[in-house]
Write a protein that binds this ligand. Structure first.
Ligand code: GN1
Ligand code: MG
Length: 367
């Protein structure tokens, strides 16, 4: 898309002056993101084109974000926090004040204020993991009393039963013939073995044993902003904010942070699950979230940690079998490479489940 056109779109929003420059930013697999600089402006902005094939109801999407960011802002101010503008995202409305998004011929757009002096990291340390654990627990805690019910921006987004059905359908339909491959069939059979075990959260929910709470649902490392000293500022990318099980956030963070390599690293033999990162994160997480979590949620933390590499493997794999229609891919086998990686991580997480459980118990009994 032409830069000039992106500038025009940016200028529909209520920004501090004329656009000086736009440049692509971020690595998202779903939306397109641009940094917008303003002439002589105090601040810069983040403009995003939302993938509205995936986020079908933009009203719900933006409403969730408006409700949650203003709720968090109020909480931070009430608690006397300094630097609030860097600890929560600020949506920018259109110049006419009507909405926080706009539809043009090119797609659906929205904007937030760019948080200055902030970085994302790829390599997590036990210290930053502990800090992130506290921040994610605090994030969920601030949201326990949001006065309205949020919509599901992607219905049943982290519902394992649905993801499992989608994989089975893909395999049955086999639209691009990829099921003919022997390795693909082997991975499929492997995933099937854990199907029922991994769908446990949905069953517990139906039995009234497991609550849904407002979660971020994309709390991977790349979505956490840090300041220059390595302290967490806030969680970004709020598209998937919705009611879910708490496993969503701790699971997705550890899926990306405790893996020794990136989620699409082809060197599966290098995939390992880092217990030092798990321990640091869970310690921080329970310090803040421990006040509202139920016994059942706490007991099932090791399950939740294994669930996310499993679910991600199922999602990447279903997309591969379907001919790569959901995730952006850089080469034809990209989704298969991602699948192999997440399968390896799932196995590694399972192998540590007992150790995770005894560590969680040790934290709880020392409280
Ligand atoms: C997608 O594009 P991004 O970074 O927001 C996906 C997540 C996956 C992630 C895997 C809406 O996130 O659920 O975990 O890729 N988001 C959606 O990296 O499907
Ligand atoms: Mg996202």
């Amino acid at each position: 898309m032409e830069t000039k056109r992106i500038q025009e779109i940016a200028e529909l929003f209520d920004i501090d002056g004329k656009v000086a420059a736009v440049a692509p930013m971020g690595q998202g697999l779903i939306n397109d993101t641009f940094k917008v600089a303003v002439e002589g402006g105090r601040r810069a902005y983040v403009l995003q084109r939302i993938n509205d094939k995936i986020f079908r109801d933009v009203n719900v999407l933006q409403r969730n974000i408006e409700v949650v960011t203003s709720h968090i802002r109020a909480k931070l101010e009430e608690a006397g926090e300094s630097d609030v503008d860097r600890k929560v995202l600020t949506p920018v409305f259109l110049k006419d004040g009507s909405r926080s998004w706009v539809r043009t011929d090119e797609g659906v757009w929205r904007m937030t204020v760019l948080i200055p002096d902030a970085v994302t990291i790829t390599e997590v340390t036990p210290e930053s993991s502990y800090d992130t654990g506290r921040a994610i627990g605090q994030f969920e805690k601030m949201l326990v009393d949001v006065p309205e019910t949020l919509g599901e921006t992607i219905p049943d987004f982290h519902n394992m039963e649905l993801r499992s059905r989608q994989l089975k359908e893909a395999a049955q339909t086999n639209p691009v013939g990829r099921m003919a491959d022997e390795e693909v069939r082997r991975i499929y059979d492997f995933l099937q073995q854990y199907d029922s075990q991994m769908c446990k959260a949905e069953r517990m929910h139906r039995e009234g044993l497991l609550p849904k709470r407002i979660c971020h649902c994309d709390a991977k490392v790349a979505n956490i902003l840090f300041d220059r000293d390595g302290k967490v500022l806030c969680v970004i990318d709020l598209d998937t904010l919705m009611p879910s099980f708490v496993f969503s956030d701790l699971g997705d963070f550890l899926r990306t942070a405790a893996n020794t390599v990136e989620e699409d690293d082809p060197a599966v033999e290098k995939v390992a699950f880092r217990m030092d990162i798990f321990k640091a994160f869970i310690k921080g997480y329970l310090e803040t979230a421990g006040s509202f979590l139920t016994e059942v949620e706490i007991e099932n933390i090791p399950y939740g940690v294994a669930l996310f590499p499993y679910m991600q493997a199922v999602r990447f794999f279903a997309d591969y079998i379907n001919g790569d229609t959901y995730y952006k891919t850089a080469y034809p086998e990209h989704n298969l490479v991602r699948t192999r990686n997440q399968v390896a991580l799932f196995k590694a997480a399972l192998a540590h489940a007992d150790e995770m459980a005894s560590y969680v118990r040790s934290l709880i009994s020392s409280r």
